[in-house]
Design a protein around this ligand. Structure first.
Ligand SMILES: C[S@@+](CC[C@H](N)C(=O)[O-])C[C@H]1O[C@@H](n2cnc3c(N)ncnc32)[C@H](O)[C@@H]1O
Length: 311
């Protein structure tokens, strides 16, 4: 299957990164290489781009798409939480820009056998890194009913998490739940009739929640931001695109903390922690897609780009 993924907020990302032709940049979520190719176009033979992804298929597609650019390009299979180690191994002391375009790619969603989508029938998988042990099947069949309720309610922001978790727990008593179609049908049947008629597919939020859990998506963002900022040279930019409020909240709060520096309690008359601001925020509320982009790429609807500059 061809790797199809339209990069979101493409121009806004390039404005945010303000790519220098001789700079060193990291795409921490390379996917099909859409954003990477836009960065590579702006680099000359002195420039360098490090393309990270934890999905082998994504890196394979990106290698093809990124052949023939003037700059040096390194492809690294890794979690972006390891960005500091990746750069250390490549002998790169600091970089001028880092991009994180969070979540799954259209390719991952649209490839039935990856088991990400409620729209296809496939084994419950949902791993971005297919060498990882934990799969969606393990979560659905192995987590307690209470853990499922918490994760579907928390990561899926699903109102009917209790009913859905109970339905999963009841069904798997007979035999394990194996496929995306089975799970999708269990979720649909557990919801009240009115909710089933909503525009959004009834299983969308549950699938999102399980995917986030399988891939440790929120903990990865939390762990990566601090490290990414430390990898930047002064004036370097970190641009992060998130696709749902839980992710965006982590980005917003972490950026706010790093921009503030001091972590002393408010009642302290003077700072004793000695922490200094590490970043300055660009576009405080973040940037979202304009109407034109939304017409061409509905996936951009929930995307928000936040950018920080290292001080
Ligand atoms: C939204 S897509 C990126 C698409 C890309 N910007 C493009 O234009 O083609 C997200 C990609 O990031 C990867 N990814 C998600 N979380 C990751 C993590 N913690 N570490 C490394 N890669 C990750 C996914 O495997 C996926 O390929």
């Amino acid at each position: 299957m061809e790797f199809h993924h339209v990069p979101v907020l493409a121009q806004q990302c390039m404005d945010a990164l303000a790519v220098r032709p001789d700079g060193v940049y990291v795409d921490g979520t390379t996917g099909g290489g859409g954003h990477s190719s836009l960065i590579a176009q702006r680099l000359d033979e002195r420039g360098r781009l490090v393309c990270i992804d934890r999905d082998d298929d994504a890196l394979r597609a990106a290698r093809g798409r990124l052949a023939g650019f003037a700059c040096r390009i390194d492809f690294v299979k890794s979690n972006f939480t390891e960005i500091d180690a990746v750069l250390r191994d490549l002998g790169i002391p600091a970089v001028q820009g880092i991009l994180l375009d969070l979540g799954v790619s259209s390719y991952q969603l649209d490839t039935p056998e990856r088991g990400f989508s409620y729209k296809n029938d496939a084994p419950l998988d949902m791993r971005m890194d297919r060498t990882q042990k934990l799969t969606a099947r393990d979560v659905v069949n192995g987590y307690s009913e209470q853990s499922l309720r918490e994760l579907i309610g928390g990561y899926g922001e699903e109102r009917y998490a209790g009913r859905i978790a109970a339905a999963i727990a009841a069904r798997r008593k007979d035999r394990p739940i194996e496929t995306t179609a089975e799970l999708s049908e269990i979720v649909r049947a557990a919801m009240p009739a009115a909710a089933r008629r909503e525009k959004q597919h009834p299983a969308k939020r549950t699938f999102q929640a399980i995917r986030i859990e399988v891939n440790g998506e929120l903990s990865a963002v939390q762990a990566a931001l601090d490290r990414a900022v430390r990898c930047l040279s002064p004036g370097g930019r970190l641009a992060v695109i998130s696709f749902h409020s839980l992710e965006d909240r982590i980005v917003k709060q972490t950026f706010a903390q790093l921009a503030k520096g001091c972590v002393c309690p408010k009642e302290f008359p003077v700072c004793v922690c000695g922490r200094k601001p590490q970043i300055r925020l660009i576009d405080k509320g973040g940037v979202t897609a304009g109407e034109q982009e939304l017409l061409q790429n509905p996936r951009a609807r929930s995307a928000r780009l936040r950018t920080a500059e290292k001080i």
